[in-house]
Design a protein around this ligand. Structure first.
Ligand code: ADP
Length: 487
C-alpha cells in the first residue's frame, strides 16, 4: 500500500502489524484537511485486538532485533534516510493536507528527520558498557547497556512527521522494538508513512508496528500497553494533561515513561540585542506552524529602551506573512488543527482585550485560520500572559521591562521548563541568565525552537523527562551489572 494523498479521492489506510498492512475488518474514521474540511483519508479504527497483536509482534521481533549486528542496523537506517529524502515532495503534500503544515515547516521536519536517521545509523557502534574495578580480589565487574524490550509510543498531530520519527527511531536505534499509536488527527504523517518507509528500507517484520484509532478511542489501545508485561517503556509526546492520565497508569503498572510535553518558552531581549535578528528569531520562534509546536515562544520580555522599535518591526514582519492554503508554497500561516484550537486562542485573546490589552496585529479568524496575533500591555491576570497554561496557537504576548531580574523571575514563573532564549550582544550577560534558567534548553541569540537533529532536546518540570539525540541512550537502555569471581 502507498498512502499518498489525492485531494478528493480519499485513501483508506490500515494498521501495520508484524510487517503487514492489515485488517480489513476494522471500521474506519475520516481524517480531514483542516484548511477546507475535505476528507483526505479513511483510517482504520483499531482497538484492543489490534493493540494486542501489535505488542505480540513487537515482543516476538525483539530478541533478533536486539542481537542484530550494528552494521546491519546502520544499513537499514541509512536506507530509510534516503527514502525520506526521495519522498520529500509527497511528504510535503501529506503534511499540508493532513495537518495544515506550510511547505517551509514540512521541509524543515523532513531535513531534521533524515539527519536524525543518519546520525542514529551509527549508534549501534557506541561502546556497549564499562569495566568497574572491584575491591574483591579475583573479581571482575562489567556494566553493559541493554535495550529495554518493547517501547510503546504515542505520537502527536503537530510536527507529526518529525516527532513520530523521534518516537520510532530512538528506541529502535538502541535495540528496542516499537508499537506506535499515532494521533487520530494525523494518523498518516504521525506514524503510517513511517511504517511505509521502514518497510521499504527493509526493517524486519514486527520491529515497528502502527495501530490507528478513531477519536475518543485511544484508551482501548493504551490500556493494552500498560497491561502488557512485554511493554517496558511508554514514550509519549503530547499535552501535559494527557501525560498526567497516562502517568497515573504508568505508576500503577510500574512502567518507565519518556515524556515530551508543552512549554512556555520565553524570550528575553536585553537592551543591547540586535533588533533585526531578534525580529527574525521571534517571528520564527513564535509563529512556526501557527504556534502549534511545543517549543514556540509564547511571551517576549523586552527592555523598555528598545520595546517600541522591536514591536513596530515585529508587527510589520508578522503582517507580511502570507496566510492561506498551506499547499501554496508561499503560505507561511495555514489553518489550526481544529475548531477547538481556534476557540481556545480566541477566548484567550478576547480575555486579554477585555482586561485592557493592546492588539498590535491579528485577532481574527476565518474558518480554521487564525491570524498571527501580537498583544502588548497585557494585564498580569490575563490567562495568556501568566505562563500557567499553554496557549497552543499563533498568539504572542510582548511585555516591556525596566529591570531584567524582575523580567527573569516572571519568565521563570511557569510550571513548564522546555526552552528559553536570550537576545544580547554581550555573551557573558547572556550566559549569566542562561545558567539560571530552569529549562531543558536555553539559547543565546537563536529562536526557542530545535533546529538540529543532534541536539538533545527535552524539558524539565511539567515539560517532561527524556532527551532526543544521542542522550536518548539513557532513556531507551538500561545497565546490566555482571560480576565474575575466580571461585
Ligand atoms: P496533542 O493535543 O498535542 O495531540 P494530546 O495529549 O491530546 O496532545 O495527544 C497526544 C497523544 O495522546 C495522541 O496520540 C492522542 O491520541 C493520545 N491521547 C490523548 N488522550 C488520551 C488518553 N486519554 N489515553 C491515551 N492516549 C491519549
Amino acid at each position: 500500500m502507498t498512502i499518498t494523498v489525492e485531494q478528493g479521492s480519499a485513501t483508506v489506510t490500515t494498521h501495520f502489524i508484524n510487517g503487514e498492512w492489515t485488517d480489513a475488518e476494522s471500521p474506519t474514521f475520516a481524517v480531514t484537511n483542516p484548511f477546507n474540511g475535505e476528507v483526505v483519508a479513511e483510517a482504520a479504527a483499531g482497538g484492543r485486538r489490534e493493540a494486542e497483536a501489535a505488542v505480540a509482534a513487537a515482543a516476538a521481533a525483539y530478541p533478533a532485533w536486539a542481537a542484530l549486528a550494528p552494521g546491519e542496523r546502520q544499513r537499514l537506517f541509512l536506507k530509510a534516510a534516503d527514502i525520506v529524502d526521495r519522498r520529500h515532495e509527497e511528504l510535503v503534500e501529506l503534511m499540508a493536507v493532513e495537518g495544515g503544515a506550510s511547505r517551509a515547516f514540512s521541509s524543515f521536519q523532513i531535513r531534521l528527520s533524515s539527519a536524525m536517521l543518519r546520525q542514529a545509523a551509527g549508534w549501534g557502534y557506541l561502546p556497549a558498557g564499562d569495566v568497574i574495578r572491584s575491591d574483591i580480589p579475583g573479581r571482575t565487574a562489567t556494566v553493559t547497556r541493554k535495550p529495554l524490550g518493547v517501547v510503546a509510543g504515542f505520537t502527536p498531530w503537530n510536527g507529526a512527521f518529525y516527532l513520530a520519527w523521534r518516537t520510532f527511531l530512538l528506541p529502535l536505534a538502541f535495540g528496542n522494538t516499537t508499537v506506535i499509536k499515532p494521533s487520530e488527527l494525523a494518523p498518516m504523517s504521525a506514524g503510517l508513512v513511517h511504517a511505509e518507509i521502514l518497510e521499504e528500507a527493509g526493517f524486519p517484520a514486527g520491529t515497528f508496528n502502527v495501530v490507528t484509532h478513531a477519536p475518543g478511542e485511544a484508551a482501548a489501545i493504551s490500556d493494552v500497553f500498560f497491561e502488557s508485561p512485554a511493554v517496558r517503556c511508554i514514550n509519549f509526546t503530547g499535552s501535559d494533561k494527557t501525560a498526567r492520565i497516562l502517568g497515573a497508569q504508568a505508576g500503577r503498572a510500574l512502567k518507565r515513561m519518556v515524556l515530551e510535553l508543552g512549554g512556555f518558552n520565553p524570550v528575553i531581549l536585553l537592551d543591547d540585542a540586535d533588533i533585526d535578528e531578534s525580529i527574525k528569531a521571534v517571528t520564527f520562534g513564535a509563529f512556526l506552524h501557527q504556534g502549534q509546536v511545543c517549543m514556540n515562544s509564547r511571551k517576549i520580555y523586552v527592555d523598555r529602551s528598545i520595546h517600541d522599535e522591536f514591536v513596530a518591526g515585529l508587527t510589520a514582519r508578522v503582517k507580511s506573512l502570507k496566510i492561506g492554503d498551506p499547499r501554496d508554497p508561499e503560505v507561511i500561516i495555514g489553518p489550526l488543527i481544529n475548531e477547538r484550537a481556534v476557540q481556545q486562542i480566541d477566548e484567550r485573546v478576547q480575555d486579554a482585550l477585555n482586561r485592557g490589552a493592546t492588539l498590535e496585529t491579528g485577532g481574527h479568524s476565518d474558518g480554521l485560520i487564525y491570524e498571527p496575533t501580537i498583544l502588548t500591555h497585557v494585564p498580569a491576570d490575563a490567562i495568556c500572559t501568566t505562563g500557567a497554561d499553554e496557549t497552543f496557537g499563533p498568539l504572542l504576548v510582548i511585555e516591556a521591562f525596566d529591570d531584567v531580574e524582575t523580567a527573569f523571575r516572571a519568565a521563570q514563573d511557569t510550571p513548564y521548563g522546555l526552552s528559553a532564549s536570550i537576545m544580547t550582544r554581550d555573551r557573558s550577560r547572556g550566559l549569566d541568565l542562561a545558567e539560571r534558567f530552569d529549562t531543558g534548553i536555553v539559547h543565546i541569540n537563536a529562536p526557542t525552537m530545535a533546529s538540529e537533529a543532534a541536539l538533545p532536546v527535552g524539558g524539565v518540570k511539567d515539560s517532561g523527562w527524556g532527551r532526543s539525540g544521542l542522550y536518548a541512550i539513557e532513556d531507551f537502555t538500561e545497565l546490566r551489572l555482571t560480576t565474575v569471581s575466580s571461585k
